[in-house]
Write a protein that binds this ligand. Structure first.
Ligand SMILES: [Zn+2]
Length: 603
């Protein structure tokens, strides 16, 4: 851990306080329906960092547009070292803004909130006795630099909006786990460096229409460590909704994912299955209470910004008031995860279970189709309603694996090892060529997605066969022992049938091509001779012919059948073989050497 911290600290560029200004002069414009431009955002945080000793702005890593990712921190006792902050029993909250720069309310809200807190408006500074705050001012810098009044056209402000995708035309909120952008790699470094207790990612949504300005997507409580999940579901979430109701003019509601997309909200809404490629799904893998705020596009921008300011206040307030419990549960989970044996990799909603939710909607009107247009409904703002609706919140695991003692990754796949290392995964290398008894997956079946997704045609509905066998490994191959803080990430990404694995995202696609082409006819003589000599095989063969007419009529199938039972078939061992193996027990005589802290790429 020391190595990582030292290297990361060395990589941090602290913005020098060159002009110790006498005052802070930030011109926020959200009241005029304007979101600050990127350079104005960085200027605002630079001013706060220069003026207030409790604030610090640092550059941490690159983004795809070439500009650095910034982290702004507020720490009451001016200690900015996460390890030492945690030792003092304080909580760390990380806020990410501008991932979709056309959804900018969090950008302006975070500046307003930071400034208010630092100047101790409403005694906000008292939160700093137990909470340290980290803010990523703008995550998708490339998208933020490209503004237009025609982006997000159905959104009620601000006047100018950034672009959703980043400089590589990827949606950063699909890239958290596979990390194909510099932005995502830098985010992982910041996130794991801070190891925050609470994480918030700010967004805007157009999925529905109702009376609320702000909605919330929490990570699925069932995906968290059990004690954390219980606290999250039973205490933290109800309390946050209650605090917003009591202390803000913007009451908050869970994000609206309708049970019937073209139906009525009264039919119910469903909790969101936040896969690890989303911000909340990824951060929750590391025992973090994770949220996305989703503001409603039809509400006016200034109101949306104020609702986020209010939520930040309540979120930090809750964290402050419950700091010791939050810290205790996370510390326990961080320790438990290293010994956890079973991991759930896919989930299905249980539609037989729901909770009651008091909801304030608008009547949906479906006009008769006209001659020129097909019927399109709208929400009638003159007809509000309040009703109790079902909220489906329970997800059950549908794919569970037991972790091996270690995964073995042949060095041909070092690019994958580097991805793991970027997530604080520690690796060893085998010293000397060896043979190991391992479990290997064979890919029996998988489907390519029809539509491109983030430049990928994802492998889905993956079916695997697990085989135990002796396999050769060579000096320098990698061993990933599953006793780590990153265990959930390791298992999610390396089990090939997990819906979000590296295999799903095409990083192992060459293995889906078959190895050698040959004709079994070329071996016909040898195969027939083998059949002659092997009485048991012959009996089995004849029996099959009797039972299976297609087999009896097809000489090619028959030759293939004998071939698959011949020593020549050994060549096929590599067909469909997923190269990452599961080593179930620590071997007595395995010679491995630790690779230095997970910083920098191996080659
Ligand atoms: Zn968004």
């Amino acid at each position: 851990m020391k190595n990582l911290l030292a290297s990361l600290m060395a990589g941090i560029l602290i913005i020098p306080a060159c002009t110790q200004s006498n005052e802070v002069n930030i011109n926020l414009k959200y009241d005029q329906n304007i979101s600050l431009e990127y350079h104005e955002v960085i200027d605002a945080y630079t001013q706060l960092s220069d003026y207030y000793p409790e604030a610090r702005l640092v550059e941490m890593g690159k983004t795809d547009i070439g500009k650095p990712l910034h982290l702004f921190m507020i720490s009451g006792d001016r200690d900015f070292n996460p390890e030492s902050i945690r030792k003092k029993g304080k909580s760390i909250v990380l806020i990410n803004n501008g991932i979709h720069p056309g959804e900018p309310e969090g950008i302006d809200a975070s500046i307003q909130f930071s400034w208010d807190l630092l100047r101790n408006k409403d005694n906000l500074k008292s939160y700093l006795d137990s909470v340290v705050i980290g803010i990523i001012p703008v995550y998708n810098i490339g998208g933020a630099l490209d503004r237009s009044k025609y982006y997000r056209t159905n959104q009620n402000g601000p006047i100018y909006n950034g672009r959703r995708r980043n400089a590589r035309n990827l949606d950063l909120n699909r890239d958290f786990s596979k990390q194909e952008t510099q932005n995502a790699r830098s985010f992982a470094n910041i996130f794991l460096y801070l190891n925050p207790d609470v994480f918030l990612d700010t967004h805007t949504t157009n999925g529905s229409d109702h009376q609320y300005t702000i909605t919330l997507i929490p990570t699925l409580h069932s995906k968290l460590d059990s004690s954390m999940g219980e606290f999250f579901h039973d205490k933290m979430l109800p309390d946050l909704y209650e605090r917003m109701k009591e202390n803000s003019e913007y009451e908050m509601i869970p994000y609206i994912r309708m049970r019937n997309y073209y139906g009525d909200i009264r039919d119910g809404i469903m909790a969101y299955d936040d896969h690890p490629f989303y911000s909340t799904g990824y951060t929750a893998l590391f025992n973090c209470y994770s949220f996305m705020t989703e503001n409603l596009v039809y509400k006016y921008f200034p109101d949306r910004v104020r609702s986020v300011i209010d939520f930040l206040t309540q979120l930090i307030g809750f964290t402050h008031d419950n700091c010791s419990e939050i810290r205790q549960l996370k510390d326990q989970a961080d320790s438990k995860i290293k010994d956890q044996q079973e991991f759930h990799l896919a989930w299905q909603i249980d539609m037989s279970y729901s909770e009651d939710l008091l909801f304030k909607g608008y009547e949906y009107v479906r006009p008769e189709p006209s001659e020129r247009m097909t019927s399109r409904g709208y929400f009638d703002h003159d007809r509000p309603w309040t009703d109790t609706i079902p909220f489906f919140t329970k997800y059950d695991p549908v794919l569970t694996v037991t972790k091996p003692w270690a995964y073995i990754i042949p060095q041909a796949w070092t690019d994958v090892v580097n991805k793991l290392r970027n997530n604080e995964v520690w690796v060893y290398r085998i010293v000397g060529d060896t043979e190991l008894r391992v479990q290997n997956y064979y890919i029996e079946d998988s489907e390519r997605s029809q539509r491109a997704n983030q430049g990928h045609y994802i492998n889905q509905n993956v079916e695997v066969r697990l085989v135990e066998q002796d396999m050769p490994y060579y000096s320098g191959d990698y061993v990933v022992i599953t006793n780590q803080h990153a265990n959930k990430y390791i298992v999610e990404m390396l089990e090939p049938h997990a819906p979000n694995s590296y295999f799903a995202w095409n990083f192992f696609d060459p293995i889906l091509e078959s190895h050698d082409f040959y004709s079994v006819r070329a071996f016909e003589g040898e195969l027939m001779e083998m059949l002659e000599k092997d009485e048991a095989l012959r009996a089995e063969f004849e029996k099959r012919k009797e039972e299976d007419q297609e087999f009896a009529d097809n000489s090619m199938l028959q030759l293939r059948y004998i071939y698959e039972r011949s020593p020549m078939y050994e060549i096929e061992r590599y067909n469909g073989l997923y190269p990452v193996a599961r080593l179930m027990q620590e071997p007595d005589d395995l010679n491995i050497k630790a690779v230095e802290g997970p910083v920098g790429d191996l080659d």
